[in-house]
Design a protein around this ligand. Structure first.
Ligand SMILES: Nc1ncnc2c1ncn2[C@@H]1O[C@H](COP(=O)(O)OP(=O)(O)OP(=O)(O)O)[C@@H](O)[C@H]1O
Length: 277
């Protein structure tokens, strides 16, 4: 089956600094892919390449063309790309001049003609996106009057309003309380056909996604001088094996079955001290 997105032999460079090298990745159509790795490994960079907002310095980033083939993301005009995929970055600038509803309405720009904006259908759609993140009653509030977590949810609502089959979210759960962390990922999973997100919470990553890609450095390579790559990709329970978590995150871990639910959780603990007393 044609993947929704594909990276073929991709390298990425930022400010003249090689960040990622030799990345091959298929994002399954209809799948949920989580991207994990330590700070600075290159998760955001990988997501930006998948979103077509950062072009590979080498290799190709491709998206399904809707006819069973793949097309180079570089060849898609920005507007066309924004109809196919929504990318919600980690941080977003909010301006005091915009109301929450207006900010979310920006997500509609790729989908609508200027004369179609502002109609009843568009209003209902924006309200629906805000309702989905629990902010329906804040549609007329100034965007700068929201708390950090509320602002994060409003920015995510803008991504929902874009109504794309593929959604790419950079740390969507940042700033969110525990209930919203669970709720929001489910909202996106039901509204997007294909979902890709970076996450730091490895327990959430274990439970929520059907595939994980672990970004990091192969054993023996030097993180201070060599670009990272994808060191493991597959089912979450395998990618987050105790060995991988120890090698790539520097902590001990164990996957345990929840006593009352049919799901495994990841417990993290300090590495056992194996040095001689
Ligand atoms: N504009 C830039 N110029 C040069 N290097 C950059 C630039 N932006 C990021 N980097 C470097 O690229 C590497 C990867 O950054 P990236 O933001 O992709 O990591 P990340 O895994 O998403 O990190 P985090 O978990 O902290 O968000 C880091 O070493 C970072 O310092």
């Amino acid at each position: 089956m044609t993947p929704a997105l594909r990276l073929h032999n991709v390298s990425a460079t930022l400010g003249g600094h090689a960040v990622l090298r030799d990345v091959d990745l298929d994002v399954a159509d209809g799948g949920r892919l989580g991207i994990v790795g330590v700070n600075g490994a290159g998760k955001t960079t990988l997501l930006r390449v998948l979103a077509g907002v950062l072009h590979p310095s080498f290799g190709t980033a491709l998206i399904a063309d809707g006819r069973g083939g793949l097309i180079d993301l570089r060849r898609l005009p920005n507007r066309e790309r924004a109809r196919r995929l929504a990318y919600v970055p980690q941080e977003d600038v909010t301006t005091s001049e915009l109301r929450v509803g207006e900010m979310v309405a920006l997500g509609r720009v790729p989908q609508t003609r200027p004369w179609a904006r502002g109609g009843r259908t568009e209003h209902d759609l924006i309200l629906g996106a805000l309702d989905a993140v629990g902010l329906g009653d804040r549609i007329n509030t100034g965007a700068d009057q929201l708390s950090g977590g509320e602002r994060r949810r409003a920015v995510l609502a803008r991504g929902l309003a874009q109504q794309c089959p593929v959604m790419l979210l950079d740390e969507p759960t940042n700033h969110l309380d525990v209930a919203w962390q669970l709720e929001l990922l489910e909202v996106f999973a039901t509204r997007a056909r294909t979902l890709v997100a970076t996450v730091h919470n490895l327990d959430l990553a274990l439970r929520f996604f059907d595939q994980l890609a672990l970004v990091g450095w192969r054993e023996g390579s030097d993180p201070t001088s060599e670009p990272a790559g994808i060191v493991a990709v597959g089912p979450p329970a395998e990618v987050l094996s105790a060995h991988h978590v120890d090698t790539h995150f520097g902590v001990g871990s164990v996957q345990v079955l929840h006593p009352g639910l049919p799901q495994h959780h990841l417990l993290i603990h300090p590495r056992e001290d194996t040095s001689p007393a």
